[in-house]
Structures are given as C-alpha cells and as structure tokens.
Design a protein around this ligand. Structure first.
Ligand code: C5P
Length: 313
C-alpha cells in the first residue's frame, strides 16, 4: 500500500459514521476444568471452535452511549453499562481519551445465557467496530488485551476459527482445522448463569483432587485432520455434570440427539445449549428434525464450523 492509499484509508475510517461487525458463536469441543484458583477463576484447557451462528454489532456516532438490541432473545439482554458491548466501547474510549458517545445496536442471533459466548461476541464486536469508527487503529495485541480484560471467552470471539485457551481461557493458541464440522444446537427453554455452573462444579468436586487441565492430543489431531468420527470420540466437557445437575432435563435433549444418530452429544460450555456433532449436513438435518419433534428444547439450529472471528462488514 502506498502512503497516499494509506492516508486515504485512514481518512475514510475516520469519517465512517456507521460500522457493523459480525461475530460468531462458539462451542467448546473440550472443556477441561482445574481446581478453583485463589481469584475464584478456574484454570482451563479450553478448545474453542467458532460456529456459524452470528451476532452483528453496529456502532454509530450518537449524543451519548446507548445500546439497543433486536432478535428473539432481545428482552433478556441488559441494555446498560454491564453489557460487554458497552464495557468494550468504554474501555477503548478510556485508553484513547475519546468520548464514548455511540449507539451500539446488537442484532442478536446467538442464544442468550446459552454457553455459546453470545455476550462475549458482542464485546469483541463492539470493540472492533468502535476501533474502526474512531480510527483508533489499536494493534491486534491491544485488542486482545482489552478482550481478556472484558472476559475469559472474549479474546476467542475476536479470533474465531479454532483455538486452545489456557489460563482462565483467555490465553489463546490458534489451532489448525483440516475440514468442516457439522453441528446441530438445541436451545433450551431457559438460560444458565456461568458463575452458577462453576459454583456447582466446585460443590460437586468438594474434597476431590482435581488434576491439571490438559488438552487432549487425540482431539487436537482430530481437529487437524477434519475427522468428525475421531473428534466425536474425543470431545469432553467437565462442566457438563454441573450443568445437568442444575438443569436435569438437558439429559433428555442429549438422549434425543444421540438416538437420532449424532456422533457426539454434549453441553456447550456452561450450557444449557446442547451440541450435536454429525458426519454431514444431511444427518445434521435428521438430528435437527428429531430434536424439534422431541419437544425437549425451545429451538434448533443447524450450522458448521470453524467460522471466522469478528469481521468488519
Ligand atoms: O471471565 P468471565 O467474566 O466470562 O467469567 C464469568 C464467570 O465464570 C466468572 O466470574 C467465574 O465465576 C466463572 N469462570 C471461572 N473460571 C474461568 C472462567 C470463568 O470460574 N476460567
């Protein structure tokens, strides 16, 4: 790029009045959880796969910071400064001495409180959108640093694809993926609070010596090969017993998907969304139809992964 082109691009960015960013949901194909740390968080070996359900965050210059939300679950989304999208805008503005007067609009398609990083997606999306709107041009490193401050899953929402998250899940190593994996997601009647699921994990493991969380080599190999059968044999979620303890009816959803031919059935992250891995798109549709007919969930979605991370549209 020549200097003139760079100047023109910077000028366009500076004067852009509206920016929209699309951000994917995630499923954890492995979620290994260690013992509670002194800071209350848990060390994880968290293998994230981004999947093709998306929120879109649109940011527009306004008189003051405000948030609106549309979508089937919009009434469950907080529209105050606790929303990760607002917190992202405020933090970027603070670091660059900018007035955070923007209207953040979230077109929400990722289930709320579902274990698919919907709130984290909005944080990463708002951050990238504000960076483009304000022309702050923060480095990737700084964006990731802000994401990690906002929440354990937010850096992955920015990056997408597949990654291993260690620490509390925010320290990422990008993973190679050798193919497309087909998934069905069953969205539950109500949400689950992530802290409540971790607390239940602690309660259920009270007095138990919990080993260090380690990523499964068989799982990483299956991802690298794009081998759905091998991935199905290796998926695991240490939070699943805790999610089932708080939401026992999820066992019926898991059983319905397994009976319909899913290669693997598991709770996504802290739940309560359940995830079904299938060998191809046709079997995904069969599993989806069976889940709808089972009456054990509120909605069913068919999609695939890996999906790209936060992207300016
Ligand atoms: O990082 P984030 O704000 O998304 O975490 C939400 C909650 O989930 C934390 O307050 C904590 O209760 C729990 N958590 C945890 N260990 C992690 C990540 C999250 O205990 N590694």
């Amino acid at each position: 790029m020549t200097q003139t082109e760079r100047e023109r691009e910077t000028e366009t960015e500076t004067h852009t009045q509206t920016v929209t960013v699309r951000v994917p949901a995630k499923v954890n194909v492995q979620l290994a959880v260690g013992a509670a740390r002194p800071d209350g968080f848990h060390d994880l070996a968290n293998v994230f796969l981004a999947v093709g359900l998306y929120d879109e965050v649109t940011v527009t210059a306004a008189d003051e910071l405000r948030i609106t939300c549309e979508g089937p679950d919009a009434d469950q989304v907080p529209l105050d400064r606790t929303n990760l999208a607002a917190r992202a805008a405020l933090e970027l503005a603070r670091r660059y001495g900018i007035d955070p007067a923007v209207h953040l609009h979230i077109a929400k398609d990722i289930p709320v409180a579902g274990g698919m990083a919907g709130g984290s997606a909005d944080g990463a999306g708002a951050l990238l959108a504000c960076d483009a709107l304000w022309g702050t041009n923060a480095s990737r490193e700084e964006l990731l640093d802000i994401c990690a401050e906002l929440g354990s899953d937010v850096p992955f929402s920015l990056v997408g694809g597949a990654a291993l998250g260690v620490g509390r899940g925010e320290q990422l190593r990008t993973l190679e993926v050798g193919g497309t994996f087909h998934w069905v997601f069953a969205i539950a009647e109500r949400g689950l609070s992530t802290p409540a699921v971790f607390r239940e994990f602690d309660r259920m493991n009270d007095g138990v010596r919990i080993p260090e969380p380690v990523a499964s080599q068989a799982l990483l190999d299956a991802l690298a090969k794009g081998d759905a059968g091998a991935l199905a044999g290796a998926v695991s979620n240490d939070l699943q017993p805790a999610a089932l303890s708080l939401f026992p009816a999820l066992a019926d959803t898991l059983a319905a998907g397994r009976a319909a031919g899913a290669l693997a059935a598991l709770v996504s992250g802290s739940g309560p969304t359940t995830a079904f891995l299938t060998p191809d798109v046709e079997s995904a549709r069969t599993v989806a139809d069976a889940l709808r007919a089972s009456g054990t969930c509120r909605a069913v979605r068919v999609t695939d992964g890996p999906a790209s991370g936060a992207t300016v549209l």
